[in-house]
Design a protein around this ligand. Sequence first.
Ligand code: NAP
Ligand code: GDD
Length: 347
Amino acid sequence: MSLMGKIALITGITGQDGYYLSALLLGKGYELHGLVQPLVYDDTHTLAPFLDQITLHRCDLCDGGAITRILNEIKPDEIYNLGAQSHVGMSFDVPEYTTNVNALGTLRLLESLRALKLENTTRFYQASTSEIFGDTPPPQTEHSLFNPRSPYASAKLYAYHLVKNYREAYGFHASNGILFNHESPKRGYDFVTRKVTRAVASIGVGQKECVDLGNLNAIRDWGHAADYVEGMWLMLQQEQADDYILATGEGRSVRELCDVAFSCIGVSLTWIGEGEEEKGIDRLSKQVRVRVDQKLFRPLDVENLRGDPTKAQEKLGWRRKTSFKETITEMVKADQSCLIYDIKRFG
Ligand code: NAP
Ligand code: GDD
């Protein structure tokens, strides 16, 4: 039994946010359970620092029966539904699977809670996303228009509405965290920040020449994952469930992300050309370090996300602590350490 006596279940515990949320909840004395996908590459080693303190359950969010059985076994006080096919670009290739996990997965969890009559005892956090705003101009608030521009965002918007429906219809304590992009050294390799920080680390030691990217104009509001999981927890500690934006309020383009990441290895970029011909060039050596590859563009992209976190600041007392530069610097340093370890180990 934990010190607080509180039991939490995290779906998607092996992901970036699962890592930071596990650290936070264990630090607060929770008894912690996590759902991990069966039948896929076992990546539970990502939780290594605290693996022995977590009870893992093999369960796919597409498997309603297994979800009900596990919820009945654990009867959690809090559920953090982080599990998702979270790559926006990939959702255009696997829209049906994305919808099954991101939309119906949420439905399965909520319906299981209802069937087990846990709606009055289990609090529910839904990992919603700024992607639901699509091309609605910034700053986006909780009252901005939703206009999803991908199968990922459409599925997440379904889940958003469902959470609200269950709150209003059945009295669930269920909250949507509408989170803007948040990054860290635990970020998946396919997301643009991590792709860039890994490339910069490799370029710094001469293992790579250049990084190929898609839309350099896209603007995102990038925070640090460690700050955002605190906001998730705060939402479930409120007397009333509600929906909140977590964001920094600052927008930067992918081009600016490259500028900051390359500055970590002492490279200052100058940008020449336009569209597909645009290049980021090392001012001193004149070497091309960033190229545009048309294949990396999405069929439809979201151009400008910058959130207004006022409600979370005022009602939850939430504050982001880490600046964009600190986040990217931490990621580059972590990727450099991984590389140095690999070079020492494998030559
Ligand atoms: P992530 O690193 O991609 O983690 C996703 C997690 O979901 C992984 O543990 C993954 O398991 C699991 N998962 C995928 N498909 C599943 C399935 N069919 N059944 C059960 N689990 C499944 O994502 P993240 O960055 O931590 O984000 C957490 C959540 O917040 C996601 O729902 C994401 O959509 C949402 N979100 C993220 C951001 C952001 O900027 N990071 C912003 C807004 C919202 P495997 O490890 O086995 O693949
Ligand atoms: N991944 C990727 N790879 N994105 C690129 C690249 C590239 O090579 N080049 C340019 N981009 C652009 C994308 O087109 C997009 O406009 C932007 O960089 C950010 O892409 P991602 O890092 O893949 O993140 P995302 O904003 O699409 O989605 C992330 O944030 C959402 C919250 O706003 C994910 O974590 C989602 O799960 C999350 O909901």
